[in-house]
Ligand binder design. Structure first.
Ligand code: ATP
Length: 361
Protein backbone atom coordinates (compact mmCIF):
# COMPACT_ATOMS: atom_id res chain seq x y z
CA UNK A 1 0.00 0.00 0.00
CA UNK A 2 1.17 3.50 -0.83
CA UNK A 3 2.51 5.66 1.90
CA UNK A 4 0.04 8.43 2.66
CA UNK A 5 2.33 11.25 3.75
CA UNK A 6 1.04 13.17 6.72
CA UNK A 7 3.04 16.29 5.86
CA UNK A 8 1.38 19.38 4.44
CA UNK A 9 1.29 19.11 0.65
CA UNK A 10 1.84 22.87 0.36
CA UNK A 11 5.28 22.54 1.96
CA UNK A 12 6.34 20.52 -1.08
CA UNK A 13 4.13 21.81 -3.88
CA UNK A 14 2.88 25.22 -4.81
CA UNK A 15 -0.82 24.91 -5.60
CA UNK A 16 -1.83 26.47 -8.91
CA UNK A 17 -4.86 26.84 -11.15
CA UNK A 18 -7.84 24.51 -11.25
CA UNK A 19 -7.63 22.05 -14.13
CA UNK A 20 -10.90 20.28 -13.59
CA UNK A 21 -13.27 19.04 -10.97
CA UNK A 22 -14.99 15.82 -10.13
CA UNK A 23 -17.50 14.55 -7.64
CA UNK A 24 -15.09 14.58 -4.73
CA UNK A 25 -12.98 17.63 -5.30
CA UNK A 26 -10.78 19.53 -7.66
CA UNK A 27 -7.77 18.76 -9.80
CA UNK A 28 -5.21 21.57 -9.76
CA UNK A 29 -1.90 22.21 -11.37
CA UNK A 30 0.86 21.98 -8.76
CA UNK A 31 4.56 22.81 -8.96
CA UNK A 32 7.12 20.81 -7.03
CA UNK A 33 9.07 23.37 -4.98
CA UNK A 34 12.34 21.41 -5.01
CA UNK A 35 12.50 20.80 -8.78
CA UNK A 36 10.09 23.26 -10.39
CA UNK A 37 8.43 20.32 -12.18
CA UNK A 38 4.70 20.68 -12.82
CA UNK A 39 2.28 17.94 -11.76
CA UNK A 40 -1.45 17.70 -11.18
CA UNK A 41 -2.88 17.44 -7.67
CA UNK A 42 -6.15 15.57 -7.26
CA UNK A 43 -7.71 16.89 -4.04
CA UNK A 44 -10.16 14.32 -2.72
CA UNK A 45 -12.37 15.28 0.18
CA UNK A 46 -12.64 12.64 2.84
CA UNK A 47 -15.93 11.58 4.40
CA UNK A 48 -16.01 12.89 7.94
CA UNK A 49 -17.97 10.05 9.47
CA UNK A 50 -19.75 6.87 8.40
CA UNK A 51 -23.20 8.50 8.27
CA UNK A 52 -22.03 11.39 6.09
CA UNK A 53 -22.87 11.37 2.39
CA UNK A 54 -20.27 13.97 1.48
CA UNK A 55 -16.73 13.14 0.48
CA UNK A 56 -15.02 9.86 -0.22
CA UNK A 57 -14.50 7.03 2.21
CA UNK A 58 -10.83 6.61 3.02
CA UNK A 59 -11.15 2.99 1.94
CA UNK A 60 -12.18 4.08 -1.57
CA UNK A 61 -9.27 6.51 -1.79
CA UNK A 62 -6.90 3.71 -0.74
CA UNK A 63 -8.38 1.53 -3.47
CA UNK A 64 -7.90 4.21 -6.15
CA UNK A 65 -4.30 4.72 -4.99
CA UNK A 66 -3.54 1.00 -4.97
CA UNK A 67 -4.94 0.65 -8.47
CA UNK A 68 -2.95 3.60 -9.81
CA UNK A 69 0.19 2.16 -8.25
CA UNK A 70 -0.35 -1.11 -10.07
CA UNK A 71 -0.82 0.64 -13.39
CA UNK A 72 2.45 1.91 -14.71
CA UNK A 73 1.83 2.20 -18.41
CA UNK A 74 2.47 4.97 -20.93
CA UNK A 75 -1.24 5.26 -21.74
CA UNK A 76 -2.39 5.48 -18.13
CA UNK A 77 -2.06 8.50 -15.84
CA UNK A 78 0.89 7.96 -13.48
CA UNK A 79 0.77 8.47 -9.72
CA UNK A 80 3.74 10.13 -8.01
CA UNK A 81 2.84 10.79 -4.40
CA UNK A 82 -0.01 10.84 -1.86
CA UNK A 83 -0.57 13.33 0.96
CA UNK A 84 -3.21 13.10 3.64
CA UNK A 85 -4.71 15.63 6.04
CA UNK A 86 -7.75 15.48 8.30
CA UNK A 87 -10.17 16.51 5.59
CA UNK A 88 -8.61 15.41 2.33
CA UNK A 89 -6.18 13.25 0.44
CA UNK A 90 -4.10 14.75 -2.35
CA UNK A 91 -2.89 12.51 -5.15
CA UNK A 92 0.08 13.98 -7.00
CA UNK A 93 -0.23 12.67 -10.54
CA UNK A 94 1.26 13.24 -13.94
CA UNK A 95 0.11 16.53 -15.48
CA UNK A 96 -1.91 15.79 -18.59
CA UNK A 97 -1.92 19.08 -20.46
CA UNK A 98 -3.46 18.24 -23.84
CA UNK A 99 -7.12 18.21 -22.78
CA UNK A 100 -9.71 15.65 -23.77
CA UNK A 101 -9.27 13.58 -26.93
CA UNK A 102 -12.78 14.47 -28.15
CA UNK A 103 -12.09 18.22 -27.84
CA UNK A 104 -8.88 17.81 -29.81
CA UNK A 105 -10.68 15.93 -32.58
CA UNK A 106 -13.58 18.40 -32.66
CA UNK A 107 -11.14 21.20 -33.53
CA UNK A 108 -10.03 19.42 -36.70
CA UNK A 109 -11.45 20.00 -40.18
CA UNK A 110 -11.46 16.30 -40.95
CA UNK A 111 -10.07 13.04 -39.64
CA UNK A 112 -9.55 9.80 -41.51
CA UNK A 113 -10.33 6.45 -39.92
CA UNK A 114 -6.57 5.82 -40.04
CA UNK A 115 -5.96 8.75 -37.72
CA UNK A 116 -8.86 7.79 -35.43
CA UNK A 117 -7.44 4.26 -35.21
CA UNK A 118 -4.12 5.61 -33.91
CA UNK A 119 -6.01 6.94 -30.88
CA UNK A 120 -8.19 3.86 -30.41
CA UNK A 121 -5.10 1.67 -30.55
CA UNK A 122 -3.55 3.61 -27.67
CA UNK A 123 -6.76 3.36 -25.63
CA UNK A 124 -6.73 -0.40 -26.26
CA UNK A 125 -3.10 -0.68 -25.23
CA UNK A 126 -3.73 1.16 -21.93
CA UNK A 127 -6.93 -0.74 -21.22
CA UNK A 128 -5.36 -4.07 -22.27
CA UNK A 129 -2.54 -3.51 -19.80
CA UNK A 130 -5.06 -2.67 -17.07
CA UNK A 131 -7.00 -5.84 -17.83
CA UNK A 132 -3.82 -7.93 -17.79
CA UNK A 133 -3.53 -6.83 -14.16
CA UNK A 134 -7.18 -7.87 -13.61
CA UNK A 135 -8.21 -4.28 -13.12
CA UNK A 136 -11.40 -2.97 -14.72
CA UNK A 137 -11.92 0.78 -15.10
CA UNK A 138 -15.76 0.75 -15.16
CA UNK A 139 -16.00 4.39 -16.21
CA UNK A 140 -14.49 4.64 -19.68
CA UNK A 141 -15.99 7.64 -21.44
CA UNK A 142 -14.69 10.60 -23.49
CA UNK A 143 -14.09 12.74 -20.37
CA UNK A 144 -11.64 10.16 -19.08
CA UNK A 145 -9.54 9.92 -22.24
CA UNK A 146 -7.04 12.74 -22.37
CA UNK A 147 -3.96 13.76 -24.33
CA UNK A 148 -0.59 14.34 -22.72
CA UNK A 149 0.25 17.13 -25.15
CA UNK A 150 -1.87 18.17 -28.11
CA UNK A 151 0.81 20.25 -29.82
CA UNK A 152 2.88 17.25 -30.92
CA UNK A 153 2.43 15.43 -34.22
CA UNK A 154 1.25 12.17 -32.68
CA UNK A 155 -0.53 13.02 -29.41
CA UNK A 156 -0.23 10.52 -26.61
CA UNK A 157 -3.38 9.12 -24.99
CA UNK A 158 -3.74 8.93 -21.20
CA UNK A 159 -6.62 7.17 -19.47
CA UNK A 160 -7.62 8.93 -16.23
CA UNK A 161 -10.09 8.66 -13.32
CA UNK A 162 -9.83 5.35 -11.54
CA UNK A 163 -12.51 6.28 -9.01
CA UNK A 164 -14.75 3.36 -10.00
CA UNK A 165 -11.97 0.94 -10.97
CA UNK A 166 -11.81 -2.45 -9.31
CA UNK A 167 -9.33 -5.30 -8.81
CA UNK A 168 -11.17 -8.43 -9.93
CA UNK A 169 -10.37 -11.46 -7.83
CA UNK A 170 -10.68 -14.83 -9.60
CA UNK A 171 -13.52 -16.83 -8.12
CA UNK A 172 -15.13 -13.75 -6.53
CA UNK A 173 -18.16 -12.14 -8.12
CA UNK A 174 -18.25 -8.37 -8.39
CA UNK A 175 -21.45 -6.45 -9.09
CA UNK A 176 -21.88 -2.71 -9.23
CA UNK A 177 -24.48 -0.24 -10.40
CA UNK A 178 -21.98 2.52 -11.14
CA UNK A 179 -21.12 4.23 -14.37
CA UNK A 180 -22.43 6.75 -16.86
CA UNK A 181 -25.66 5.63 -18.58
CA UNK A 182 -24.58 6.19 -22.21
CA UNK A 183 -21.45 4.07 -21.79
CA UNK A 184 -22.41 1.23 -19.45
CA UNK A 185 -22.76 -2.40 -20.48
CA UNK A 186 -26.05 -4.32 -20.19
CA UNK A 187 -24.64 -6.55 -17.45
CA UNK A 188 -24.08 -3.47 -15.25
CA UNK A 189 -27.72 -2.42 -15.61
CA UNK A 190 -28.88 -6.00 -14.97
CA UNK A 191 -26.73 -6.16 -11.84
CA UNK A 192 -24.94 -9.25 -13.08
CA UNK A 193 -21.36 -10.27 -12.18
CA UNK A 194 -18.92 -7.96 -13.93
CA UNK A 195 -15.60 -8.49 -15.61
CA UNK A 196 -13.17 -6.51 -17.71
CA UNK A 197 -15.47 -7.01 -20.70
CA UNK A 198 -17.70 -4.21 -19.35
CA UNK A 199 -14.87 -1.81 -20.34
CA UNK A 200 -14.79 -3.32 -23.84
CA UNK A 201 -18.46 -2.43 -24.28
CA UNK A 202 -17.65 1.20 -23.35
CA UNK A 203 -14.85 1.22 -25.94
CA UNK A 204 -17.44 0.06 -28.49
CA UNK A 205 -19.69 3.01 -27.56
CA UNK A 206 -16.78 5.48 -27.68
CA UNK A 207 -15.73 4.20 -31.13
CA UNK A 208 -19.30 4.40 -32.42
CA UNK A 209 -19.53 8.04 -31.30
CA UNK A 210 -16.08 8.91 -32.61
CA UNK A 211 -16.94 7.69 -36.10
CA UNK A 212 -20.49 9.00 -36.40
CA UNK A 213 -21.07 11.75 -33.85
CA UNK A 214 -24.07 9.74 -32.65
CA UNK A 215 -24.46 7.98 -29.32
CA UNK A 216 -25.73 4.46 -30.04
CA UNK A 217 -28.21 4.06 -27.18
CA UNK A 218 -29.02 7.67 -26.27
CA UNK A 219 -32.66 8.11 -25.29
CA UNK A 220 -34.58 11.20 -24.20
CA UNK A 221 -34.02 10.25 -20.57
CA UNK A 222 -31.51 8.12 -18.65
CA UNK A 223 -34.22 5.50 -18.17
CA UNK A 224 -34.79 5.28 -21.93
CA UNK A 225 -31.03 5.06 -22.56
CA UNK A 226 -30.73 2.17 -20.09
CA UNK A 227 -33.71 0.42 -21.68
CA UNK A 228 -32.16 0.81 -25.15
CA UNK A 229 -28.93 -0.77 -23.89
CA UNK A 230 -30.63 -3.76 -22.30
CA UNK A 231 -32.79 -4.25 -25.41
CA UNK A 232 -29.71 -3.80 -27.65
CA UNK A 233 -31.52 -1.12 -29.64
CA UNK A 234 -28.86 0.33 -31.86
CA UNK A 235 -28.16 0.51 -35.58
CA UNK A 236 -25.70 1.96 -38.05
CA UNK A 237 -27.91 4.63 -39.56
CA UNK A 238 -26.67 5.24 -43.13
CA UNK A 239 -27.26 8.95 -42.64
CA UNK A 240 -24.43 9.08 -40.11
CA UNK A 241 -22.30 6.12 -41.20
CA UNK A 242 -22.03 6.71 -44.93
CA UNK A 243 -18.30 7.51 -44.65
CA UNK A 244 -17.57 4.55 -42.37
CA UNK A 245 -15.79 1.38 -43.49
CA UNK A 246 -17.43 -2.03 -43.14
CA UNK A 247 -14.48 -3.15 -41.01
CA UNK A 248 -15.11 -0.34 -38.53
CA UNK A 249 -18.74 -1.40 -38.16
CA UNK A 250 -17.63 -5.01 -37.68
CA UNK A 251 -15.21 -3.86 -34.95
CA UNK A 252 -17.98 -1.99 -33.14
CA UNK A 253 -20.44 -4.87 -33.51
CA UNK A 254 -17.97 -7.27 -31.91
CA UNK A 255 -17.80 -4.95 -28.90
CA UNK A 256 -21.49 -4.05 -28.63
CA UNK A 257 -22.32 -7.69 -28.02
CA UNK A 258 -24.76 -8.40 -25.22
CA UNK A 259 -23.07 -11.54 -23.94
CA UNK A 260 -19.84 -10.37 -22.25
CA UNK A 261 -18.14 -13.68 -22.96
CA UNK A 262 -18.70 -13.16 -26.71
CA UNK A 263 -17.29 -9.65 -26.69
CA UNK A 264 -13.78 -9.01 -28.03
CA UNK A 265 -11.10 -8.51 -25.41
CA UNK A 266 -8.44 -5.81 -25.83
CA UNK A 267 -5.90 -8.22 -27.31
CA UNK A 268 -8.39 -9.40 -29.93
CA UNK A 269 -9.28 -5.80 -30.75
CA UNK A 270 -5.63 -5.02 -31.42
CA UNK A 271 -5.58 -7.88 -33.92
CA UNK A 272 -8.88 -6.98 -35.60
CA UNK A 273 -8.27 -6.12 -39.28
CA UNK A 274 -9.67 -2.62 -38.78
CA UNK A 275 -6.90 -1.92 -36.26
CA UNK A 276 -4.25 -4.15 -37.80
CA UNK A 277 -5.01 -4.62 -41.50
CA UNK A 278 -3.60 -7.76 -43.04
CA UNK A 279 -4.12 -6.98 -46.69
CA UNK A 280 -3.49 -3.97 -48.89
CA UNK A 281 -7.23 -3.80 -49.61
CA UNK A 282 -8.07 -3.58 -45.90
CA UNK A 283 -5.49 -0.84 -45.45
CA UNK A 284 -6.85 1.09 -48.44
CA UNK A 285 -10.44 0.85 -47.12
CA UNK A 286 -9.38 2.45 -43.85
CA UNK A 287 -7.60 5.35 -45.56
CA UNK A 288 -10.62 6.10 -47.76
CA UNK A 289 -13.05 6.23 -44.83
CA UNK A 290 -13.34 9.18 -42.51
CA UNK A 291 -15.21 10.23 -39.43
CA UNK A 292 -18.46 12.18 -39.69
CA UNK A 293 -16.87 15.43 -38.58
CA UNK A 294 -19.90 17.65 -38.95
CA UNK A 295 -21.97 15.46 -36.67
CA UNK A 296 -19.07 14.77 -34.31
CA UNK A 297 -18.60 18.50 -33.73
CA UNK A 298 -22.31 18.78 -32.91
CA UNK A 299 -22.10 15.86 -30.49
CA UNK A 300 -19.08 17.33 -28.75
CA UNK A 301 -20.60 20.80 -28.44
CA UNK A 302 -23.69 19.28 -26.83
CA UNK A 303 -21.53 17.18 -24.50
CA UNK A 304 -19.54 20.24 -23.41
CA UNK A 305 -22.73 22.20 -22.87
CA UNK A 306 -24.03 19.46 -20.57
CA UNK A 307 -20.73 19.39 -18.71
CA UNK A 308 -20.84 23.14 -18.06
CA UNK A 309 -24.48 22.88 -17.00
CA UNK A 310 -23.39 20.31 -14.42
CA UNK A 311 -20.52 22.56 -13.38
CA UNK A 312 -22.94 25.45 -12.72
CA UNK A 313 -25.05 23.09 -10.64
CA UNK A 314 -21.95 22.10 -8.66
CA UNK A 315 -20.88 25.75 -8.22
CA UNK A 316 -24.28 26.71 -6.89
CA UNK A 317 -23.99 23.93 -4.38
CA UNK A 318 -20.52 25.11 -3.41
CA UNK A 319 -21.80 28.68 -2.94
CA UNK A 320 -24.51 27.42 -0.62
CA UNK A 321 -21.94 25.52 1.37
CA UNK A 322 -19.72 28.59 1.46
CA UNK A 323 -22.59 30.56 2.99
CA UNK A 324 -23.22 27.77 5.46
CA UNK A 325 -19.59 27.76 6.46
CA UNK A 326 -19.28 31.58 6.54
CA UNK A 327 -15.85 31.18 5.04
CA UNK A 328 -13.81 33.77 3.19
CA UNK A 329 -13.77 33.12 -0.54
CA UNK A 330 -10.02 33.49 -0.70
CA UNK A 331 -9.39 30.74 1.80
CA UNK A 332 -9.47 27.84 -0.58
CA UNK A 333 -7.91 25.37 1.77
CA UNK A 334 -10.43 26.15 4.49
CA UNK A 335 -13.23 25.87 1.99
CA UNK A 336 -12.07 22.43 0.95
CA UNK A 337 -12.20 21.29 4.58
CA UNK A 338 -15.52 22.95 5.04
CA UNK A 339 -17.21 21.21 2.13
CA UNK A 340 -16.22 17.85 3.40
CA UNK A 341 -17.65 18.70 6.81
CA UNK A 342 -21.09 19.77 5.65
CA UNK A 343 -23.91 17.44 4.81
CA UNK A 344 -25.39 17.76 1.34
CA UNK A 345 -29.12 18.22 1.44
CA UNK A 346 -29.61 18.18 -2.33
CA UNK A 347 -31.80 15.41 -3.64
CA UNK A 348 -30.36 13.97 -6.81
CA UNK A 349 -32.45 12.30 -9.51
CA UNK A 350 -33.47 8.83 -8.45
CA UNK A 351 -32.12 6.03 -10.56
CA UNK A 352 -30.53 2.69 -10.52
CA UNK A 353 -27.15 4.00 -11.52
CA UNK A 354 -25.15 5.60 -8.73
CA UNK A 355 -22.68 8.45 -8.82
CA UNK A 356 -22.43 9.36 -12.52
CA UNK A 357 -26.14 9.42 -13.22
CA UNK A 358 -26.53 13.10 -14.06
CA UNK A 359 -22.98 13.62 -15.28
CA UNK A 360 -23.01 13.59 -19.02
CA UNK A 361 -25.73 11.32 -20.12
P1 ATP B 1 -15.46 12.10 -11.47
O1 ATP B 1 -16.43 12.79 -10.65
O2 ATP B 1 -15.71 12.20 -12.95
O3 ATP B 1 -15.13 10.72 -11.04
P2 ATP B 1 -13.00 12.65 -10.20
O4 ATP B 1 -13.29 13.37 -8.93
O5 ATP B 1 -12.65 11.22 -10.07
O6 ATP B 1 -14.13 12.89 -11.26
P3 ATP B 1 -11.17 13.09 -12.35
O7 ATP B 1 -12.17 12.63 -13.36
O8 ATP B 1 -9.99 12.24 -12.13
O9 ATP B 1 -11.85 13.41 -10.95
O10 ATP B 1 -10.71 14.56 -12.74
C1 ATP B 1 -11.65 15.61 -12.95
C2 ATP B 1 -11.17 16.45 -14.11
O11 ATP B 1 -9.88 17.02 -13.81
C3 ATP B 1 -10.96 15.68 -15.40
O12 ATP B 1 -12.13 15.59 -16.16
C4 ATP B 1 -9.87 16.48 -16.10
O13 ATP B 1 -10.44 17.57 -16.80
C5 ATP B 1 -9.05 17.02 -14.96
N1 ATP B 1 -7.88 16.17 -14.69
C6 ATP B 1 -7.87 15.00 -14.01
N2 ATP B 1 -6.64 14.48 -13.93
C7 ATP B 1 -5.84 15.33 -14.58
C8 ATP B 1 -4.43 15.36 -14.84
N3 ATP B 1 -3.63 14.39 -14.41
N4 ATP B 1 -3.93 16.41 -15.55
C9 ATP B 1 -4.74 17.39 -15.99
N5 ATP B 1 -6.07 17.43 -15.76
C10 ATP B 1 -6.62 16.43 -15.07
Amino acid sequence: MALFKLQNVEDFYEIGQVLGSGHFGQVREVCERSSGVRWAGKFLKLRKNASSRLGMERKSVEKEVEILQALQHCNIMALKDVFESRAEVVLIVELIGGGELFDFIAEKENLSENEAIEFIKQILEGVGFMHSKRIAHFDLKPENIMLLDKEVQHPHIKVIDFGLAHFLTPGEEYRSLCGTPQYIAPEVINYEPLGVSADMWSIGVITYILLSGMSPFQGDSDEETLRNIVEMKYEFDEQYFNQTSAMAKDFIQKLLTKDPTERMIAEQCLLHPWIKPLTRKQRANRSRSSINMKNFKKFNAKRKWKMSYNMVWACNRLCRLRLLCKTSASQDQELRKCESDQEDTETKPASLIRRRLSSNS
